[in-house]
Design a protein around this ligand. Structure first.
Ligand SMILES: NC(=O)N[C@H]1NC(=O)NC1=O
Length: 192
């Protein structure tokens, strides 16, 4: 059973396998490691969700708390979103994303953008970042390039508080899919 394998992992192995269940936020896996044993994957996910839920909305809110927070500008719910790469951004084109992210964006068909789609996505991505202060995040594997463009256009009109919560829901969907992959690879190592 994968949950028993996960519960018995030492810290290094846990980070090696689960460190990127939230994109570029190994701190979250590092924190929940000490909360083992997990009953099952749903329980593990709950620890991840509770960690994110307990964060303040933005970095700024933590300013008065401690110098540690001041020196770690990616803290806060918005900080989690800022750890995500742009959809179909330069890093994706250069193949320098995390393996999970590269695969998710490829599977959504983002390697096959026309010049016009690339231009539109670039324009909408920067408008979104200017409006909300973090990049547009969507669970790419549950989508395709046409839907991603439509969603980006639609969500750009959201109010900031509503958009923060929509974007975090997408982060949790990505986490769920990544954990499913890990479960499958632990049960069938050939899939690793
Ligand atoms: N910006 C953004 O949505 N990035 C991502 N989405 C996804 O499914 N994987 C990602 O890295």
């Amino acid at each position: 059973m994968s949950i028993q394998m996960i519960n018995s992992m030492d810290f290094e192995e846990f980070i090696d396998i689960l460190g990127n269940i939230i994109e570029n936020c190994p701190l979250i896996a590092a924190t929940i490691w000490s909360q083992r044993p997990f009953k099952d994957l749903t329980d593990l996910k709950k620890h991840v969700f509770d960690f994110i839920e307990a964060l303040p909305q933005s970095d700024e809110e933590t300013e008065s708390q401690s110098s540690w927070h001041r020196n770690n500008p990616n803290k806060g719910k918005e900080g989690i979103l800022r750890c995500h790469p742009d959809i179909a951004g330069r890093e994706f084109e250069q193949g320098t994303l995390t393996p999970q992210s590269q695969r998710e964006q490829r599977e959504a068909g983002l390697s096959d953008l026309s010049l016009e789609e690339r231009r539109r996505l670039g324009h909408l991505n920067s408008a979104y970042k200017t409006r909300f202060g973090f990049p547009f995040v969507i669970a790419a594997r549950l989508s395709d390039k046409a839907t991603i463009l439509k969603e980006l256009e639609r969500r750009l009109k959201n109010q900031p508080a509503q958009e923060l919560s929509t974007a975090l829901e997408e982060v949790l969907k990505i986490c769920h899919l990544r954990l499913e992959d890990i479960r499958q690879s632990l049960e069938d190592p050939a899939k690793l």
